[in-house]
Design a protein around this ligand. Structure first.
Ligand SMILES: [Fe+2]
Length: 294
């Protein structure tokens, strides 16, 4: 079946009708999805039935290279996994028994940090390309939407003087920086060692479209060669500009939805909900710029 892209926002984001991620995808179909992703950057795929973990992994693997990760060490957490796949990041508010986290669980604080604007995996030298988030259980009435901001359109709209100022600037991204900013506890030595910072240009050329884009995230701890106060104020100004409502698409989830976004062309954030009382089961796979050995 032909895939029909129905725009969801004037600048980016589209619903892909005629794409069923339950079904195996051949090379032509994958090429078509990538072509549409290069145009729209965010793709919403509705399903009546939730994707199984195996289907989710299989499709992501075809987009590839999929991230297969060692499990992040969060002190105090057990090694048991609710979702027993190294390709799937459990983005729920549920512990390994399937119960809602206790409100003093460190993992809950770390998850709340995702409510800041960010790109996935920018704290790693090999950046994330696509993230695929699958909705298994969602809060009622469209609560807890995920918001996306168009980093290509935001760059295009920057004043020429700001574009010149950003030219060549390099930012240091740290996972732990955004966790602490989000109200989480200071990382332990072991946690710090598990994810050291990574450096990336603040403006890059999006590989699939050739368009320039901001590469911003709350993970940014500093700008190379710039004093801390100056870097903080520049980053705050850029983030406020790039997340203005005119650049933002907000997705209200239904069970069975899969949203694919391109981390090299967008930022995103989760939004608050009653996460100590209401269940939300979301599962994510991630593709990378290159294969990363585990
Ligand atoms: Fe994220």
């Amino acid at each position: 079946m032909t895939i029909l892209a129905r725009p969801l926002h004037p600048l980016f984001a589209a619903e892909l009708a005629g794409l069923d991620l339950h079904a195996p995808a051949d090379a032509a179909r994958i090429a078509e999805v990538k072509r549409l992703m290069d145009i729209h950057a965010v793709a919403v795929v509705h399903h009546d039935r939730t994707l199984t973990d195996a289907e989710h992994i299989a499709f992501s693997d075809r987009l590839g290279p999929i991230e297969r990760r060692p499990i992040l060490k969060v002190s105090g957490a057990t090694d048991a996994l609710r979702v027993p796949h190294h390709e799937i990041i459990d983005q729920s508010n549920l512990d390994e028994t399937g119960a809602i986290y206790r409100d003093d669980d460190r993992r809950l604080f770390f998850k709340r940090a995702n409510r800041q604007w960010h790109t996935d995996m920018s704290f790693h030298p090999v950046r994330a390309t696509y993230s695929l988030l699958s909705a298994h259980e969602v809060p009622p009435d469209g609560a807890a939407p995920t918001e996306f901001a168009d980093m290509r359109a935001a760059y295009d709209a920057l004043p020429a003087a700001m574009k010149a100022r950003l030219d060549g600037l390099v930012a240091a991204h740290s996972y732990w920086h955004s966790r602490v900013l989000g109200g989480g506890p200071a990382p332990t030595e072991e946690e710090l060692r598990s994810r050291p910072p990574a450096c990336h240009r603040l403006v890059h050329t999006h590989p699939g479209s050739g368009r320039k884009a901001l590469y911003l995230a709350s993970h940014i701890a500093g700008i190379v060669g710039m004093a801390e106060a100056g870097a903080r104020s520049l980053l705050a100004e850029l983030t406020a500009f790039a997340t203005d409502r005119r650049f933002v698409y907000s997705h209200a989830w239904r069970v069975g939805d899969v949203v694919i976004w391109d981390n090299l062309a967008t930022m995103h954030r989760a939004t608050p909900f009653d996460d100590c009382n209401v269940r939300r089961d979301m599962r994510r796979t991630t593709c990378r710029e290159a294969e990363v050995p585990v």
